[in-house]
Design a binder for this molecule. Structure first.
Ligand code: G3H
Ligand code: ZN
Length: 287
C-alpha cells in the first residue's frame, strides 16, 4: 500500500523502533524488498537516488513500476516511494512523477539557502500529500577514492530546518556512506542527543546504515532515530551471491544462464539482508 512516510515514522518514533529505507536499482531489488516487508509485516521505504532514477530511465518509470508491483504483489504493508538525496530540481520532478515522499539534500548550501529551498519544497510536497526529509551536516563517504569523514551537524541549524515543517530530518553525526574505514570513530551520540533535544522530537534519519555495529544502531534509535537508510549492504550481498553462482559454474549448467535463474541468488541475498535489518531496527509486525 503506497503511502507517504509521515505516519509510519511518527509511529516508529513513538514505538522506539526505526523503519528501514532500502534503495532500489531495478525490478529485482524492488520485488525483493516489497516481498520481505510484506512477509515480516513491516512498513518500508523504497529509496531512489537520482542516479538510480536515471538508470531506470526516469522517475516516472520508477513510480509506475513500484505502483504496479505494489498492486500485483498484493502488498498491504505501508510502503513509501522516496527520493534519496534529491536536488531541488529532482525533488520537483519526483512530486510530478507520483512519488510519495522526497528528500531535499540542501546540506551543501549555506544554511540560509538550505532554509529558502527547503521552505519552498515543504509547501510543494505537502500540497501534493508527500512527506519531506531535509538534511543538515554532510554525510561522509567515498569520492574519487578518498573517504570523507562527514560533518557533524550543528544543533542550532538542525532546529532551524526542523522548524520549517519538514516531516523528518537527516543530521550528520559522523555517519558515512559505503563501507566504514578502519579508523572510523563511530557515531557521535553526544551530537545526536543535542540534535534530538533541539528539534522538538522530529523523527531523525540515520544515513549510511551499512556496517554500523548493532549496538550503535540500537542506541541511535533510543535517541530519536526513526528511519535508517541502507544501500551498500544490499549491493554487497547481491554481488556476493551472484559471484558465487557464477564461480560455481551454475550459469553453464542447463538453462542457468537464463537471467531469471542467474539473478535469483542475488535477489534472495537482498531479501536476507533486508530481513536482518528489519529485525534489528525493530519494525517487524509494526505495519
Ligand atoms: O541515502 C542512502 C544511504 O544513506 C545508504 O548508505 O550505502 O552506506 O548503506 P549506505
Ligand atoms: Zn544517504
Amino acid at each position: 500500500m503506497l503511502v507517504n512516510a509521515t505516519n509510519m515514522l511518527l509511529k516508529a518514533r513513538d514505538g522506539h523502533y526505526a523503519v528501514g529505507q532500502f534503495n532500489i536499482n531495478n525490478l529485482e531489488w524492488t520485488k525483493s524488498i516489497l516481498l520481505t516487508a510484506q512477509e515480516m509485516n513491516s512498513p518500508v521505504i523504497l529509496g531512489v537516488s537520482e542516479g538510480a532514477g536515471k538508470y531506470m530511465t526516469g522517475f516516472k518509470t520508477v513510480a509506475a513500476m513500484v505502483k504496479a508491483m505494489d498492486e500485483s504483489l498484493g502488498i498491504t504493508v505501508p510502503v513509501a516511494l522516496h527520493l534519496d538525496h534529491g536536488t531541488y530540481e529532482g525533488a520537483k520532478a519526483c512530486v510530478a512523477a507520483g512519488f510519495t515522499s522526497i528528500m531535499f539534500d540542501g546540506s551543501h548550501y549555506s544554511i540560509d539557502e538550505n532554509v529558502a529551498k527547503t521552505t519552498e519544497l515543504v509547501a510543494l510536497a505537502h500540497d501534493h500529500g508527500l512527506s519531506i526529509e531535509a538534511e543538515v551536516g554532510s554525510i561522509g563517504g567515498e569520492e574519487d577514492g578518498v573517504i570523507g569523514m562527514g560533518e557533524v551537524a550543528d544543533p542550532a541549524e538542525c532546529a532551524k530546518i526542523a522548524a520549517l515543517g519538514i516531516d523528518f530530518l537527516a543530521a550528520g553525526i559522523g555517519n558515512i556512506h559505503g563501507k566504514y574505514p578502519a579508523n572510523w570513530k563511530g557515531l557521535d551520540f553526544v551530537a545526536l542527543d543535542k540534535i534530538h533535544n533541539a528539534t522538538d522530537n522530529i523523527p531523525l534519519v540515520l544515513h549510511g546504515g551499512t556496517g554500523i555495529p548493532d549496538e550503535m544502531i540500537k542506541k541511535a534509535i533510543s535517541l530519536g532515530v526513526s528511519k535508517i537508510n541502507v544501500n551498500t549492504e544490499c549491493q554487497l550481498s547481491f554481488a556476493d551471491a551472484t559471484r558465487k553462482y557464477i564461480e560455481a559454474g551454475k550459469d553453464l549448467e542447463g538453462k542457468g544462464f537464463d537471467p531469471r535463474k542467474l539473478l535469483a541468488p542475488g535477489a534472495e541475498a537482498i531479501k536476507a539482508t533486508v530481513r536482518e535489518k528489519i529485525e534489528l531496527f525493530g519494525s517487524a509486525n509494526k505495519a
